[in-house]
Design a binder for this molecule. Structure first.
Ligand code: NAD
Ligand code: UDP
Length: 325
């Protein structure tokens, strides 16, 4: 049955893939975005579709529409961008959640919150199960994001308990893929763009910190499965790829796959940078029947291909402008 689905942050990296997929499945999609880190370029090809609607709107203000489902993704996700205006990041997470929960309460829509592995902070338990309460610095530079997302989870649970709102909380672990912004600032896009441009690969710290990288298609599959679970299952549920790599290993893999001559350079480690991160996905396997299928090298190859085309196109356009000026 065709549903009307609202996606906040729909012009961003994950949101734009989700718009595409839910349209392909025959739904109506309303994409809401303020274009802070997202761009029209990500969704321009959907504009001719009569089942697609784009609204420039900031989720800090209430939004009115009649919808069946809401995916609440609006929030900058890269440390560089969420720390640019920390107060705004907190407002987006907290007021955005309140506004979407209010909308869900009025329309009886199901609402899914894009939460994050950052709720575990710099974890003292490894890998991280959902039952772990985390180790978060409540006042540090990452707190605008971490505590904003933790507060949003609390709001979701309170609206569920108090008002019976149908909620789903997904804790997303590091996700990468095509349509990340070249200046996004996160590690996978940084390393690929640097390697393709022959620039130094910027490793923060000594590169021994770990992350577990999930390809975007796997995430979308987990997210939609979660939305379709019975109302009794709210999460939170981890969705991520448990294959763990050091940042040094990631840099070496990107250099090998791009055939780049880039050198590695070591820069200071940002404050409160988590030492290790890896999801325990037992719950997702059981409740969603979900397991990731795309290994790192395969996902990296697809992402490298995307950036290669994008960078070539950009340099062609720049050249064209120069010649025409
Ligand atoms: P992104 O920065 O590409 O997308 C975020 C989108 O939200 C952008 O289009 C941005 O313009 C929009 N946005 C930001 N503030 C807004 C506001 N106030 N009102 C309306 N729109 C606003 O990041 P992404 O990687 O696509 O992340 C999407 C969601 O998934 C975020 O909520 C993020 O916290 C969560 N998440 C992502 C990852 C990951 O590794 N990519 C991991 C954990 C959680
Ligand atoms: N990182 C790095 N070089 C970069 C960008 C990031 O070494 O150019 C490191 C960062 O310090 C962290 C890891 O890569 O340890 C992942 O960073 P990212 O910003 O992608 O996401 P995080 O998981 O920290 O939110």
């Amino acid at each position: 049955m065709m549903k009307r689905i609202l996606i906040t942050g729909g012009a961003g990296f994950i949101g734009s893939h989700l718009c595409e997929k839910l349209l392909r499945e025959g739904n109506e999609v309303i994409c809401v975005d303020n274009f802070f880190t997202g761009s029209k370029e990500n969704i321009i090809h959907l504009m001719g579709n009569p089942r697609f609607e784009l609204v420039r709107h900031d989720v800090v203000s209430p939004f009115y529409a009649e919808v069946d489902e809401i995916y609440n993704l609006a929030c900058p996700a890269s440390p560089v961008h969420y720390q640019y205006n920390g107060i705004k990041t907190i407002k987006t997470s907290v007021m955005g959640a309140i506004n979407m929960l209010g909308l869900a309460k009025r329309t009886h829509a199901k609402v899914l919150q894009a939460s994050t592995s950052e709720v575990y902070g710099d974890p003292r338990i490894h890998p991280q199960p959902e039952s772990y309460w985390g180790y978060v610095n409540p006042t540090g530079v990452r707190s605008c994001y971490d505590e904003g997302k933790r507060c949003a989870e609390s709001l979701f649970m309170n609206y569920h308990r108090q008002n019976g709102v149908r909620i789903k909380i997904i804790r997303i672990f590091n996700t990468y893929g095509p349509k990340m912004h070249p200046n996004d600032g996160r590690v996978v896009s940084n390393f690929i763009v640097q390697a393709l441009q022959g620039k130094d690969i910027t490793i923060y710290g000594d590169g021994s910190q770990t992350r577990s990288f999930q390809y975007v298609d796997d995430l979308l599959d987990g997210m939609i499965r979660l939305m379709n679970t019975p109302d009794s299952f709210t999460g939170p549920v981890n969705v991520g790829n448990p294959d763990e790599f050091t940042i040094q290993q990631l840099a070496e893999t990107v250099i090998r796959l791009t055939g780049s001559k880039s050198k590695l350079t070591y820069l200071p480690l940002p404050q409160d940078d988590p030492v290790q991160r890896k999801p325990d996905i037992t719950l997702a396997e059981k409740e969603l029947g979900w397991t990731p299928t795309v290994p790192l090298e395969e996902g990296l190859k697809k992402t490298i291909r995307y950036f290669k085309t994008k960078l070539e196109l950009e340099s062609f356009n720049t050249l064209n402008h120069t010649l025409n000026d």
